[in-house]
Write a new protein. Structure first.
Length: 155
């Protein structure tokens, strides 16, 4: 009897999850993917941003690829780049979620725009996170604006 209840529960849960996906669809990326053929940025490494507060320190990492795709490796709870580099390979085993991989970028002269999926506040679907900024030199990007699901959150 317990096995039957467990079976019905599992079936009900999977039906509910399927229903949630259709009820709360992921937002669509609006930026068209295009190959990056410029030389404004070096594309042979990663870009990082570090934040230090009274409570925590963290490093966010992203890779930009020539095909216009970006890989966001998320946040590391350290500003020690040696630790970040050591942990990076472990992040690639987690790249099954589109919130991790699926992003796009475009460059026009010294301006850069990125767009990627992030988990929505409800957790039921994926939302879009957009950033724009300028390229200072071939290894430095300054993002000046960010938008999360249509709300301007200027940096």
């Amino acid at each position: 009897m317990q096995k039957m209840i467990l079976f019905v529960l599992i079936i009900s849960l999977s039906m509910f999850m399927s229903y949630c996906n259709s009820l709360f669809p992921d937002e669509k990326l609006t930026m068209q993917r295009g190959d990056y053929e410029g030389n404004e940025l070096k594309i042979d490494g990663y870009y990082y941003r570090q934040e230090v507060t009274e409570v925590s320190s963290r490093t966010m990492v992203m890779f930009l690829y020539r095909n216009g795709i970006l890989l966001s490796c998320g946040s590391f709870s350290t500003i020690d780049l040696n630790i970040v580099v050591e942990e990076l390979p472990n992040r690639y085993t987690l790249v099954e979620e589109k919130q991790e991989w699926m992003g796009r970028f475009s460059i026009d002269k010294n301006l850069i725009q990125t767009e990627q999926w992030v988990e929505s506040p409800s957790g039921a679907s994926s939302s879009i996170y957009r950033r724009s900024g300028y390229i200072e030199n071939d290894t430095t990007i300054h993002f000046t604006e960010s938008y999360y699901s249509g709300r301007n959150e200027a940096n």
